[in-house]
Design a protein around this ligand. Sequence first.
Ligand SMILES: [Zn+2]
Length: 296
Amino acid sequence: MLKTLHLLRLQHPALNREPAASAAASAESLEAEEFFNREATKWNQSGHSGNPEPPTLIWKASNGRGSVWLGGLPTDADLRFMEENNITLLASAMDKTASEAGGYRGSRALQLAVPVSYRGRERQEKWLYLRQVLVATLGVGQSAWFHCMAGVHRGPILCASAVAFAQRLAFWKVYENIERLRAVDRGGVLNRSGGADIFSWAEGIAAAPTEPLKLHLPVQWVASARRNATWHVASTRRVENRMQPYCKWRQSTTQSVFKGEVITAESVAEAVVIGREFCKNCLAVVPAGDQALIRN
Ligand SMILES: [Zn+2]
């Protein structure tokens, strides 16, 4: 099985440069979503979408803080579990987030979706966003729950890619480990047309180079002292020993310097109390729990 997949992957070298989704590709993607949603209800080993196997611990930080779980669709009944495990990020491997798919509607977690069975730009862009938030989230000891409907077809693929990317492991090493921990259906994905492509994509994104985080964790916030100025994430870069907004790190030093006095906050809770707008570009890079606190 592995050998076949490897050969298939060689035939698809442009893993990270996918064409923009055409109308035909999105029709095909929707069909794939429906297929996997249906399969999740038919899965006859432990757990299906009507009664998923409980979430499985896939990875845990060696310091005991921050972990990655894989499960079925999180619901409001899972709030206690999410609190106990400090889960602040719900990462869907479908075209819908948990709440959009009829699951958890509460405010404690940020919900993101990466439609793994879609080909094209949308899948890649949503993955790049998720991986950034995931690294920051685990970096402050918060946890993530990866899911689809039953946690059997799409969820395990995205989860394996994410853990492999964050921990610099091979995709298949993580996926095979998931197969030992939880009833998942590799064949159900592979036997469908386009299924091997999904695995090729998942292998490719897991092996992509990582970028160092350009912000401190926990996140520090900085704003101009002017009335009602926006909160930005403080960048690790300083210019003339002054704090810089994270979102301006690409710009020249003269453009990025705050003019005049600044105020700072050491936590998102502290920044929220001061009551200013948050820069949307900066918000995108902070841990999921912080984003949930601000957005909800
Ligand atoms: Zn900003």
